[in-house]
Design a protein around this ligand. Structure first.
Ligand SMILES: [Zn+2]
Length: 61
């Protein structure tokens, strides 16, 4: 079953160790949205940010 992983480092937050491994791409977005808000103060999860995240999400079989 495919898993989706995301590392905050991959979108340029080198000091952040946040990473997740979830079952759907949508879960990535909902989790990263919360993380971006509380950890980095991004209150708007913009399309630009979403695209950035989308590009670095890795699919793992
Ligand atoms: Zn982060």
């Amino acid at each position: 079953m495919t898993r989706y992983t995301f590392k905050c480092k991959d979108i340029g937050n080198q000091d952040c160790s946040y990473e997740i491994n979830v079952g759907t791409r949508n879960e990535i977005f909902s989790n990263v949205r919360m993380h971006a808000k509380y950890a980095h103060g991004f209150y708007d999860f913009t399309d630009e940010l979403k695209e950035k995240v989308d590009k670095v999400v890795k699919e793992v079989d």
